[in-house]
Ligand binder design. Structure first.
Ligand code: BEZ
Length: 161
């Protein structure tokens, strides 16, 4: 079942590239006592994700924080090495945490799997945007067409904060 407003985010371990390699990031620690925007993408370096979704959140990061958001994180079913390289290429710096849902544990537990088997991408994540407060979903949007980033984009997310 797909996660919805009022549900608690799944407790899973993601990974983030650090100076000493991939570091575990627990969703519980990330979200406890904080308001967090999590946006999910079907794949690092894919066109819509690189040309629209991540740049949109980068451009709006300050405005989103000004609405009371403590952290913005991008999740993708890729490994932490890929997410680290993507973070570098997008210059996300400290504005957006680039988190690897390498095993797809978050996507699976949240009911947000996107099966792109047959398209050469395997099992990935839907494109989504979640606003969560203290680990509970305030709002979730799932992009009807995963090659677009409108309903889940930064501008639309900002409108609802
Ligand atoms: C994209 O452009 O972001 C994309 C490409 C292929 C599959 C899913 C997303």
């Amino acid at each position: 079942m797909t996660i919805k407003a009022g549900d608690r985010l799944p407790s899973v371990t993601l990974h983030e590239m650090g100076a000493e390699g991939p570091q575990p990031v627990s969703t519980d620690d990330l979200c406890r006592g904080r308001r967090v925007v999590l946006f999910g993408v079907p794949g690092a370096f894919t066109p819509t994700c690189s040309n629209a979704h991540v740049p949109g959140f980068l451009a709006n990061a300050h405005a989103i924080r000004a609405k009371g958001v403590d952290e913005i994180a991008c999740l993708s079913v890729n490994d932490a090495f890929v997410m680290g390289a993507w973070a570098d290429s997008q210059n996300t710096g400290t504005e957006i945490r680039m988190l690897a849902d390498g095993d797809g544990a978050f996507a699976e537990a949240a009911g947000l799997v996107l099966d792109l088997t047959g398209h050469g991408l395997g099992v990935r994540s839907q494109r989504f945007a979640i606003v969560a407060r203290d680990g509970v979903v305030e709002r979730i949007e799932i992009e009807p067409d995963p090659t677009e980033a409108e309903a889940t984009g930064a501008e639309r997310t900002l409108e609802h904060l």
